[in-house]
Design a protein around this ligand. Sequence first.
Ligand code: PBG
Length: 323
Amino acid sequence: MAGFPELRLRRLRRTGALRNMFRETRVDVKDLIYPLFVVEGSNLKQEVASMPGVFRYSPDLLPGEVEEIAGLGIPAVLLFGIPEHKDEVGSGAYDPEGVVQQAIRTIKSTVAELVVLTDVCLCEYTDHGHCGVITGGYVDNDRTLELLAQTAVSHAGAGADMVCPSDMMDGRVGAIREALDKDGFQHIPILSYAAKYASAFYGPFREAADSVPQFGDRRSYQMDPPNWREALREVEQDIAEGADIVMVKPALAYLDVVQRVRQAVSCPIAAYNVSGEYAMVKAAAQQGWIDEREIVTEILTAIKRAGADLIVTYHAKGAASWL
Ligand code: PBG
């Protein structure tokens, strides 16, 4: 076996052309999914204070935005809705005329080939801000399932290409699959937020989506950050219930989980580079403390190297022009 000095690993790193030849991981714009916040109303374009460069758009202003996204080569968007009215049971989530349903129709009639994914959850639509309905102060798993299924069917009915449950109720993938199939949407895939942790990295999102829980927190349904074996159980369960793609969220502090899921399953894996991860990069870049372009490229490459096929990221528009 050769060792130093015959063996020199630096030989394959000597020039840019050589490094390019031996690069093991490449991120392509086709791997990226761009999250879009849609706010009910008209003529609204509001920047999210803690997420510079990220805006909430009313449905009427979406055409220009989605044309730009598609023009950059980004293949897909993930929609989040911010309704005008919230109530105890999150009616806005499954209203056929709801803000996301309007947005789907607008996007599909503007750029038909842009893949439209929708976040399926109640938290932006409930007045208490939890991801399900409340019975006796506790998020009621089984009563929530029916409403999530109704939400997914209404998104599919409006023209969504894929639905993405992010609520972390037990049994929701099965409930959604059954409801979609019953209504003639057998062809619509489910991307489940399978291993979703109760994370402080969602802070800026909750400002963007106006979904801060009004009491308690989400720890009775989202996963406990120290656990990885439990992530595999969540993933296995969701696949057994019919998930076509599984997601790990957040991404960066959970790359070990992405890697373990990659080793455990053969279906496609997505990772969500969440709002807090984006905000930290943006804040440091604005201070001139880091090189945003280099950092973002390194981050997205690391998420792919860990095993993700797809990356949901607020950096997608910037990255599309750098990659
Ligand atoms: C809705 C949902 C959240 C995110 C995606 N879907 C917030 C939460 O669970 O509190 C977070 C996304 C991000 O931080 O970028 N349940």
